[in-house]
Design a protein around this ligand. Structure first.
Ligand code: FAD
Length: 286
């Protein structure tokens, strides 16, 4: 989806164009940070393209299959993430110049790109958050090990300053994150991906940010070694910081949650019904 020339958080703006010419789509445009496109096993790309510029806003985009070796596809090179090219996986910068693919390569139908995104991105996002909870667990484990194994100023590191409280706060945050992810997973099971999107946005906005804070505390307790090659904390931090952007930046997900809250409250007020027990924008399983 993502393109260098626009604010891609607003996917309605996607510029890469696909124009029908006989039995083929002709594609022109540019994408970047396309994960996995650097992997030699990557043979085909699902590409978000504008097929219907005059249709209703949410019907302008489509998703289309483009073989990576199609003439006109230029893999410009890898985008770096905190100085790493993430090879061989890679997050590639790609240009499309008069790339031709058969008419039938369009997925689901013309103008249904957003519909597909809504269904596909939810599972990916919750999957990221599940892994983030594991990363945060690892950070706490390392923090406690470090605190118990080092001594200074006549005490174990864990007993210095507010370190015990720091660890307590991290543990509490991890348990809160785990419950939120479970609730989002249950919403997906019970309501389906489309209906659960507010839950998914809630965890995507919450978990990577909290996880960054927890890793940051773990780094601090390790001193300089915390950002060294001796511990995985720097890599862990990079991966979680990246997640605050990838698959939609935090702000976009907060917008989804905030809007749902406002919409629910508005409909409550219009109906003059006070849902005293609900008090939440979330629909679905409690
Ligand atoms: C490692 C990595 C892998 C990625 N893999 C992929 C991939 O495989 N496929 C793909 O298509 N994309 C991928 N992306 C791109 C990612 O999805 C986008 O970077 C992201 O959606 C944000 O788009 P943008 O970079 O254009 O930022 P912009 O849209 O320009 O946003 C910039 C900033 O503006 C602010 N902002 C945006 N919207 C709002 C709002 N509504 N309210 C308040 N503030 C706002 C946020 O702070 C945001 O960070 C990847 C990115 C990274 C870093």
């Amino acid at each position: 989806m993502t393109e260098p020339g626009i604010m891609s958080s607003d996917a309605k703006q996607i510029q890469t164009a696909a124009v029908l010419d006989g039995d083929e789509w002709v594609i022109n445009g540019e994408k970047f940070y396309i994960s996995g496109a650097g992997d030699p096993r990557c043979k085909i790309m699902i590409t978000m393209v504008r097929t219907s510029p005059h249709a209703d806003t949410y019907k302008q985009q489509s998703q289309i299959l483009v073989p990576i070796d199609a003439p006109g596809v230029e893999i410009v090179g890898p985008m770096e993430v905190f100085g790493s090219d993430d090879a061989p996986h890679g997050h590639m910068h790609i240009r499309f110049t008069d790339v031709r693919v058969p008419k039938d390569n369009i997925l689901l139908g013309e103008g249904r790109g957003f519909e597909i995104s809504q269904l596909r991105l939810g599972p990916g996002r919750i999957h990221h958050c599940m892994r983030s909870v594991g990363v945060a667990e690892k950070a706490i484990e390392m923090m406690v090990d470090r605190g118990l194994s080092r001594e200074g100023f006549g005490k174990k590191l864990i007993n210095l300053g507010k370190n015990m409280e720091v660890i307590s706060r991290c543990r509490i945050e991890v348990e809160a994150m785990r419950l939120m992810v479970l609730r989002a997973a249950k919403a997906m099971d019970v309501l389906g991906n489309a209906e659960a999107r507010v839950w998914v946005s809630a965890v995507k906005a919450m978990v990577p940010e909290k996880c960054c804070q927890i890793i940051d505390e773990a780094i601090q307790m390790h001193g300089a070694a915390g950002i060294s090659q001796w511990f995985p904390l720097a890599d862990m931090y990079h991966s979680q910081r990246t997640l605050r952007l990838a698959d939609g930046p935090d702000e976009v997900h907060h917008q989804v949650v905030g809007r749902a809250e406002a919409k629910n409250r508005e409909s409550d007020r219009n109906n003059a019904v006070q849902h005293m027990t609900r008090g939440s924008m979330f629909t679905g399983p409690a």
